[in-house]
Design a protein. Structure first.
Length: 366
């Protein structure tokens, strides 16, 4: 099972719905991936009747082969599953140069899918976790699954719920046909986007809102000063909140909207903001995914002293990443934002942050 590249499917969803208003569209999705591959499970390509292509799976010759298969699927209506690995021919064969293997499911989507796809889009917009299941058969059966619900494939309910709770996409079931006890199915999970809460309203915050948005995160800026915390100053943010940061964080934690998938970066140099906010973040009953604080080493030492004076233990302070960011040698707000975003990614994926050329083995972890 793999954490899906469902941002790609989200990207083409509007175009798929628009295209179906005219006629059938071929949809190709990565259903399985092993080793080093260019895109994750859930990456999608659309091919219209005219041959117009939206999206990409590999940025290489695999895409050309998939588009050719999509044309056949549009003509016949029969879905197909294709596997692409390393091309050992030494010539111009179809394969992945990065060494991995992907399984691609190509199917024709007819206009009668529109109600389900519109429902899926609304659930995604509402931030509700939902899974789109499709049997890997010649005539795929689709359904939407909420956590804990049943779609009629009772032998697969537990497997689908496991993927939903983990926020992962993948193939479940056996190798039988559609009416088998455990039909083989692609489960594409759409989990709510990860949150990035930025405390402060300065140039560093503005640059980090841009990167956070590009990474598919829901970015919230929170600051108690209304003259600085404005949507006009932070156009890339999904939300700009005028409130005391500690009060906002406590409210969101109590509501259950902030948890393990959330990163909090305190970007102020004002102890009346950062110490209370960090205290709340570090004492959340469900540990947050990332807690960082901007500042020099002198600022960090002073901040630690104040946090200990507020009663935080060494164990509670251990998750704090301060000074936040990787050692890239940058100085500008934009460079600092890159180093902070890189650390957030590395912490989430348990990567080293080391240069790839100094390492061996697969580049893309699965």
């Amino acid at each position: 099972m793999h954490r899906g590249d469902n941002g790609a499917m989200r990207t083409v969803l509007d175009q798929l719905i628009t295209g179906l208003s005219v006629g059938p569209v071929a949809l190709a999705r990565i259903a399985s991936a092993t080793g080093s591959v260019p895109s994750a499970v859930g990456a999608a390509v659309l091919v219209g009747p005219s041959g117009a292509v939206i999206g990409s799976l590999s940025s290489g010759c695999v895409d050309a082969a998939v588009v050719e298969s999509a044309g056949q699927v549009l003509r016949t209506g029969e879905a197909m599953f294709e596997e692409f690995g390393v091309d050992d021919s030494g010539g111009f064969g179809v394969g992945l140069v990065c060494g991995g293997t992907i399984g691609v499911f190509v199917e024709r989507v007819n206009p009668d899918r529109l109600p389900l796809l519109r429902d899926l889009r609304e659930r995604i917009r509402a931030g509700a976790p939902v899974a789109l299941t499709a049997s890997l058969s010649g005539t795929p059966h689709w359904s939407l699954r909420d956590p804990g619900a049943s779609d009629g494939w009772r032998a697969l309910d537990r497997d689908i719920d496991d993927l939903l709770s983990a926020g992962r996409s993948g193939i479940v079931g056996g190798d039988g046909c559609e009416d088998a006890v455990r039909p083989r199915a692609l489960v594409q999970v759409f989990a709510p986007p990860r949150r990035l809460i930025l405390v402060g309203a300065n140039d560093f915050v503005r640059e980090l809102t841009v990167l956070g948005a590009q990474l598919g995160m829901r970015v919230i800026v929170v600051d108690a000063r209304p003259v600085f915390a404005t949507a006009a100053r932070f156009p890339a943010a999904d939300e700009v909140v005028v409130d005391w940061p500690d009060r906002y964080l406590r409210r969101e934690i109590d509501a259950g909207t902030v948890g393990a998938s959330c990163a909090v970066c305190v970007m102020t140099h004002d102890t009346k903001f950062d110490v209370p906010a960090l205290t709340v973040a570090l004492r959340a009953r469900t540990p947050l995914g990332f807690v960082g604080a901007l500042g020099s080493r002198r600022t960090h030492d002073d901040r630690l002293r104040r946090l200990r004076a507020a009663g935080l233990t060494d164990a509670e302070l251990a998750p704090l990443r301060s000074p936040v960011g990787l050692d890239l040698g940058g100085h500008t707000p934009a460079e600092a934002a890159v180093s902070i975003a890189a650390q957030i990614i590395a912490e989430r994926t348990h990567a080293t942050g080391r240069p790839l050329h100094s390492m061996s083995g697969a580049i893309h972890r699965r």
